[in-house]
Write a new protein. Structure first.
Length: 104
């Protein structure tokens, strides 16, 4: 990054923004994974922790902690946020789930 206003281009802004988002995803990954551990939620880690398979009763839920996206394999529904995932696993009714747009 160059502090000279005349030479700071859109490309520089994009590179800076990309780096900020990368750090945020890394932070989300660590925070979400640690929160699941603290809450005693069982999961299997795949791809170096980028993809977690959460076990809830007879259901498997795919969770990507860096983005907060999760999808319930059995119900074919998806949602966002580690807290919403925890509510879903614990059987709470106020989880903001939406039908998955993926076709399996």
């Amino acid at each position: 990054m160059n502090n000279d206003d005349d030479s700071y281009t859109m490309g520089d802004i994009f590179r800076d923004w990309s780096e900020i988002k990368k750090k945020k995803r890394q932070s989300n990954l660590a925070y979400s994974t640690n929160l699941l551990i603290e809450q005693g939620i069982a999961f299997e880690s795949k791809n170096g922790g980028v993809h977690l398979i959460v076990k809830a009763d007879d259901t498997l839920i795919d969770f990507w902690p860096s983005t907060g996206f999760f999808t319930n394999r059995k119900a074919k529904r998806s949602g966002r946020g580690v807290r919403n995932l925890i509510k879903l696993v614990r059987g709470k009714k106020n989880v903001s789930e939406q039908p998955s747009k993926n076709t399996f």
